[in-house]
Design a protein around this ligand. Structure first.
Ligand SMILES: *Cc1c(COP(=O)(O)O)cnc(C)c1O
Length: 360
């Protein structure tokens, strides 16, 4: 069902002040944002307004008790200039799964996708043209009751705002396993993109940095034995020509990049296993010379190759980039679908309805 979304356009676009060849990540925001407010049991006052700061009551519950969730997705331009989303309905579904876990109201999925089209259609000129560049889209929902006391809020706000990001050329990342802190526990909120998960990961990440590593490799919370994720990405290994990724068992965020990778690999006939993966298995594979690749997968980087992993004082140096096949193939495949260089027979690439089409 489409719902009326009122649009107030900015009188002063900031677009001309942006250098698309040199965009600092996460600091530049486009002209408009979408807002919807939940009160009296329904989402109301759906609107697109000029992007800018908002007033906040000091007792706003979302910042006290953690009813705050988000999404991260991208719109990009195909080589012929057509703006596209990548699997937008999957993000609509996932924000609702996060909402349910955090005792927040869901937002109608078709209206979420409609809001994406209208917002990004309006700011389509903000999508950088180069392959690998994108308009990053950040939906966020948080509790807005002005109240001190732990209970579910009665009111919420959903915001969607965007900002251009340059191509992400991460150098391979170095990892260290974490044996004191955990990211998520089965039964907890690790499957939700809940704000607190990221707050909790910062101290261990800082400790990993101080030891000279880029990111933490998270182990399970019960035995510190099974690998889960890396930083804020899902984790893949190539062991003896088999692609292995930890099964999502309640403590792992179900990444849309992860899901896309599994579909691509299965379709191409690569052997793939989704199962529990112990750190001991990784160490044994390494010692036997069978650990060929490791990489993280997520919307921001698509694929982040792992250069080395330290576990319990033992350092594993992975093969050089030129010996890796599967990670680079996957990155090329996903970027190729987004740019229109490869034919999208999956139905993942969704053209953005332009402002003119939306107005009809
Ligand atoms: C968002 C996220 C991912 C990756 O999900 P994508 O949908 O692929 O971007 C993986 N792990 C965590 C913890 C995340 O927050």
């Amino acid at each position: 069902m489409t719902r009326p979304i009122s649009i107030t356009k900015t009188s002063q676009s900031k677009l001309s002040s942006v250098d698309f060849d040199n965009i600092p990540f996460g600091k530049v925001f486009s002209d408009h944002m979408f807002i919807a407010d939940y009160k009296d049991g329904e989402w109301q006052d759906l609107r697109i307004v000029p992007f800018g700061p908002m007033e906040m009551h000091p007792a706003m519950m979302g910042i006290h008790y953690g009813q705050s969730i988000f999404e991260g997705m991208k719109a990009s331009k195909m080589a012929d200039g057509t703006p596209v989303f990548f699997r937008p309905e999957m993000h609509a579904k996932r924000i609702n799964r996060s909402a349910e876990r955090m005792c927040m109201p869901t937002f109608p999925e078709d209206t979420f996708v409609q809001a994406l089209h209208e917002l990004v259609g309006l700011d389509a000129n903000w999508i950088p043209p180069h392959e690998g560049s994108a308009l990053y889209i950040r939906p966020i929902m948080y509790a807005t009751d002005e109240f001190i006391g732990v209970k579910p809020s009665n009111t919420y706000r959903l915001l969607i705002f965007t900002g251009p990001v340059g191509p992400y050329y991460p150098k391979p990342v170095s990892l260290i396993t974490e044996q004191k802190y955990v990211r998520a526990v089965r039964g907890g909120v690790g499957e939700a993109k809940a704000a607190g998960n990221y707050g909790g990961s910062l101290l261990p990440a800082k400790i990993a940095n101080s030891k000279g590593y880029d990111q933490v490799m998270w182990l399970d919370a019960h035995e510190f034995k099974y690998v889960q994720e890396v930083g804020t990405m899902n984790l893949f290994f190539v062991i003896d020509d088999v692609v292995v990724t930890p099964s999502t068992n309640g403590a792992i965020l179900k990444g849309i990049t992860r899901d896309s990778i599994l579909a691509i690999l299965r379709e191409k006939g690569y052997p793939v296993e989704e199962r529990m993966v112990s750190i001991d298995e990784i160490v044994s594979a390494y010692k036997a010379g069978k650990l060929q690749e490791a990489f993280g997968a997520g919307t921001a980087a698509v694929i982040a190759h792992v250069s080395k992993i330290e576990h319990d004082g033992f350092l594993m140096e992975l093969p050089p980039m030129e010996d890796r096949k599967i990670g680079p193939m996957l990155k090329d495949e996903i970027n190729g679908l987004r740019s229109g260089r490869l034919d999208d027979h999956y139905g993942w690439v969704v053209p953005v309805k332009t402002a003119e089409a939306v107005a009809i």
